[in-house]
Design a protein around this ligand. Structure first.
Ligand code: SAH
Length: 252
C-alpha cells in the first residue's frame, strides 16, 4: 500500500482563501474526488482523473478514495471550507475504520478556512468570545438532537453559529430553530446572515433575533446568533461592526 489520501479544504470560495498547502496537494494528486461543484472549480491538469459525485454519498466517496489509494493512487478528496468541519474528513476516517487493510494508508487532512471564519472576518469580531457551531441538517442526525443542542447553547449563552441552515428539502427547520431561540433569548440579540461569503453574490444581512426574516436564509448562508454580550457598533455611513467583546460583562 503506497498510496495517499489528502482530505483537502478549499476554503469558502475565492482562490485567495485556498492555502498553498491545499493547492500543492491538488496539483500532486493523480485522482481528485469530490462533490461536483467543487471539482468543476478546480484547474485540473492533463492526466489527472476527476471523480465527481453527489453531495449525499459521502461514505461511498470516502471508500472510493481509499480504494484508489490502496491501489497506489495519490488522491485528493476536496471539501469546501475546512474538511474537518461538517465535511469529508470524518467520512474518510469512518470509512478507513471499516477495514484493517486501510489503517496502513497515509491519510492527511489539509485544513482550510471555514465559512465561520470568513463570515466573522467580514462582520467584525462576532466570535471574540465563547461560541459553538451547530449544523441544522437533520439528514444525518435526528431533529430532536438539534433542538436539544440549540436549547443548551442558548441557555449557556454561547454565540451560536448555524451551518446548513436550510435547503430545499428542509425549508422550515430554520424557522423552527428561530422560534425556539426567540423563546430563550432577548429579541434584541444581534443576528447576522452571511451568504456566499467571498463569492461574487456575497450578501451580509445584519438584524436582530426578534425581527430577523429567515425567509432570506438558504443553503449558501451561515447564520450567527449573538450571545447576551454581542452588540453592533454603529458607524456613520457604513455597516456597523458586530462585536462580541473579549471580556465578559465588559463596561459599555
Ligand atoms: N466544510 C465547510 C462547511 C460545510 S457545511 C466549511 O468548513 O465551511 C455547508 C454549509 O457551510 C452551508 O450550508 C453554509 O451554512 C456554510 N458555508 C459554506 N461556504 C459558505 C460561504 N462561502 N458563505 C457562507 N456560508 C458558507
Amino acid at each position: 500500500m503506497s498510496g495517499r489520501v489528502a482530505v483537502v479544504g478549499l476554503g469558502p470560495g475565492p482562490a485567495q482563501w485556498i492555502t498553498p498547502e491545499a493547492s500543492a496537494e491538488i496539483e500532486a494528486a493523480s485522482d481528485v474526488v469530490g462533490y461536483t461543484p467543487y471539482i468543476v472549480r478546480l484547474p485540473m491538469r492533463a492526466g489527472q482523473r476527476a471523480h465527481a459525485s453527489d453531495n449525499r454519498v459521502e461514505l461511498e466517496r470516502a471508500r472510493l478514495s481509499l480504494k484508489l489509494a490502496a491501489d497506489g493512487a495519490t488522491v485528493a478528496v476536496v471539501s469546501g471550507g475546512d474538511p474537518g468541519i461538517f465535511a469529508m474528513a470524518a467520512a474518510v476516517f469512518e470509512a478507513a475504520e471499516e477495514s484493517r487493510a486501510w489503517h496502513a494508508l497515509d491519510i492527511a487532512v489539509i485544513p482550510g478556512v471555514t465559512a465561520m471564519q470568513a463570515a466573522a472576518a467580514r462582520l467584525g469580531a462576532p466570535l471574540g468570545h465563547d461560541f459553538c457551531a451547530i449544523s441544522l441538517s437533520d439528514n444525518l442526525k435526528p431533529w430532536a438532537v438539534i433542538e436539544k443542542r440549540l436549547k443548551a447553547a442558548a441557555e449557556a449563552d454561547f454565540v451560536i453559529v448555524l451551518y446548513n441552515p436550510a435547503s430545499k428539502g428542509r425549508p422550515t427547520r430554520i424557522a423552527e430553530a428561530f422560534a425556539m431561540l426567540r423563546g430563550l433569548k432577548s429579541a434584541t440579540t444581534p443576528v447576522a446572515f452571511a451568504r456566499a461569503v467571498g463569492r461574487p453574490d456575497e450578501k451580509l444581512t445584519l438584524t436582530r433575533l426578534g425581527k430577523a426574516d429567515v425567509g432570506a436564509v438558504d443553503m449558501a448562508t451561515l447564520v450567527i446568533v449573538g450571545s447576551s454580550e454581542t452588540r453592533y457598533v454603529p458607524r456613520e455611513g457604513a455597516r456597523p461592526w458586530m462585536l462580541t467583546p473579549r471580556s465578559y460583562g465588559a463596561a459599555r
